[in-house]
Design a protein around this ligand. Sequence first.
Ligand code: GAL
Length: 441
Amino acid sequence: MRRGAIWLTAVALLAALCSCTEPSPDTPQEVAGTSSPAASETQPALAGEVEVFSWWTAGAQARGLEALLGVFKEKYPQVNFVNSAVTSGGGTGQDLLAQRLENGQPPDSFQLHAGAEAADYIAAKQVTDITLLYEEFGLEEAFPAELRKLVTVDDKAYAIPTDVHRANVLWANVKLLQAAGLPADKIEFADIDSFLSVLAQIRERTPTVTPLAVGNTWCQVHLFETVLLADLGAAKYRGLFEGTADWNGPEVAAAIGHFAALLGYANTDRDLLDWEPAAQLLADGRAAFNIMGDWMPELLDSKGMVAGTDYLWAPAPGTLGAFDFVADSFPLAEGAPHPATAKAWLEVVASAAGQVALSKAKGSIPARSDIDLSEFSAYQQASAYSYSHDELVGSLQHGAMAGIAQVDAVGQAVAKFAATPMGAADQGTFQADLAAVFTAG
Ligand code: GAL
């Protein structure tokens, strides 16, 4: 988008948004699609199309999007929803989106992560100030203040937080723990070393089992961030991104050593697998553990596994008491071709009904803090409890702590490192590469 055109576009967009405010939107508590027939009969139906980009193409994520779409369709039956979801595990999706944004061909709205990633889109003027929509949709108190801050710059809000996931979760296949003669009722590890010794026992006692399922580069960055969190603790982990902790320091060196050791217990075809096929190794009884975000349970459940019986979960080793969050959000794209229908989309994304539908299917917890979770799964309720009681840190891989270019650069450093024997010299190079990412510029 040409920079000179931005202000005019913003003004035009606001005018378009205002002109579509008839009929007035629902109050936030209203369950979309359940407004009284009398009211909806008198309202001119909104028509046209809205294009939304995400990387929710499979499994729980696709079902979550579908459920959200169900709410949208009920409320706006005449709007054609163009689902531009692309297959991507949270990494390459942004690359494809970036090309479209740079070419001035934005979708109307797109998945982004609250935090540093949102700040990137805001700084690049690729998303629009939607503070007025917050007022109009009655969202002033809807989100935890800390979360709203992560989509806000200079008191202007630029996206609607949609759902919150936890990144630092360890998953285990109970049968495989039993097969290795390990306790199969609890998998809390106080530190990475105690986890490593269990991985060693699994290898020794059940050599055909992969101790730790790991996926491709973004999954490896995801794993690495949980190791950083374990070895540095929440405050220093945050400090790495806020400039108060040292990427060249001994704790990061220790985390790198741990990361290399963990990869030594992983499936060797990891670079070929996205998170789902990696998780599948655990579901199929071929891998004992996996460290992945809590978009996992639905996949395991769909394979007939029962939480607590067939699989266990716990905070990732060494991260008890910390909640490493991932917060999906949706903005109004700058230059959105269909601002009126995009507004309708955002209204549903922000609504209690939309957030319940999405999160129930997707395994997340709603971003809104005013939703009754008693109908959610035991895992989700436990996650919501941790979210409000644990020490919060943002995800590196999932854009909360690091911007898009930094996450890309960390991915490159991880890929480069993981392709080496990962010995002491390689570990030193990896640490220097990481330090360069966060001290450059
Ligand atoms: C994250 C995203 C989640 C889920 C995950 C796996 O970045 O926030 O909602 O999509 O990737 O693909």
